[in-house]
Design a binder for this molecule. Structure first.
Ligand code: ATP
Length: 196
């Protein structure tokens, strides 16, 4: 099967993440999307929810969506979540699958800095989606990445988890920016400065 992996902090998951995954699935005929919340991401400190909460919010977001799964593998592996370590585990657990890693334009530009990017790029394909405020410069990517980053068209969504956290903390609405089930989870748990 062709599996699209959507990695991230998901603190919390929002419509930008979901639309990016769906655009990649639709454009490249992916059979399934696996959302994979990181344990400790390499490039940023934890901003709010625990790993377990981020996993549960992600599960709540895709519960009703056929073809969507949530993978707790980076929580299982623990430590700092480097994609190369996770992918080595997935390649060995699922040798029959072909993996596509979905990333926003901000991450595409950052790809050359990823650990063991040459091995990653030789064994899987990246799918980049647009994100407001970030230009995609595919021609500037190093040789190892040339032809290894496909694109998927999506309606640009100017939402970030940071903006969601700020809006919640200051009492502003996030309705329709995140799934209702995720909003309910956040309020129920008193996350990001909300009052349960
Ligand atoms: P934060 O604001 O906390 O930095 P974020 O909104 O960027 O978080 P992440 O969980 O870090 O979310 O992102 C995971 C993946 O989703 C990354 O590849 C990122 O580029 C992509 N992504 C996040 N938001 C969008 C968006 N609005 N449009 C397209 N891609 C997005």
């Amino acid at each position: 099967m062709k599996i699209g992996i959507m990695g991230g902090t998901f603190d919390p998951i929002h419509m930008g993440h979901l639309l990016a995954a769906e655009a990649a699935r639709d454009s490249h005929a992916l059979d399934e999307i696996w959302f994979m919340p990181s344990h400790v991401p390499p490039h940023k400190p934890s901003a709010g929810a625990t790993g377990k909460q981020r996993l549960e919010m992600t599960e709540a977001a895709v519960k009703q969506a056929p073809q969507y799964e949530v993978l707790g593998i980076e929580m299982e592996l623990g430590g700092v979540s480097y994609t190369i370590d996770t992918m080595r585990e997935l390649w060995s657990r699922f040798p029959e699958h072909e993996f596509y890693f979905i990333i926003g334009a901000d991450m595409v530009n950052y790809l050359p800095k990823w650990e063991e990017i040459e091995e990653l790029a030789s064994k899987m394909t990246f799918i980049g989606v647009g994100r407001p405020g970030f230009q995609l410069h595919l021609d500037d990517l190093p040789d190892a990445l040339q032809g290894r980053v496909l694109l998927a068209e999506m309606p640009l969504v100017d939402i970030s988890s940071t903006a969601i956290r700020r809006r919640l903390a200051s009492g502003h609405s996030v309705r329709f920016m995140i799934p209702d089930a995720v909003h309910q989870y956040i309020v129920r748990s008193g996350l990001y400065g909300t009052k349960p």
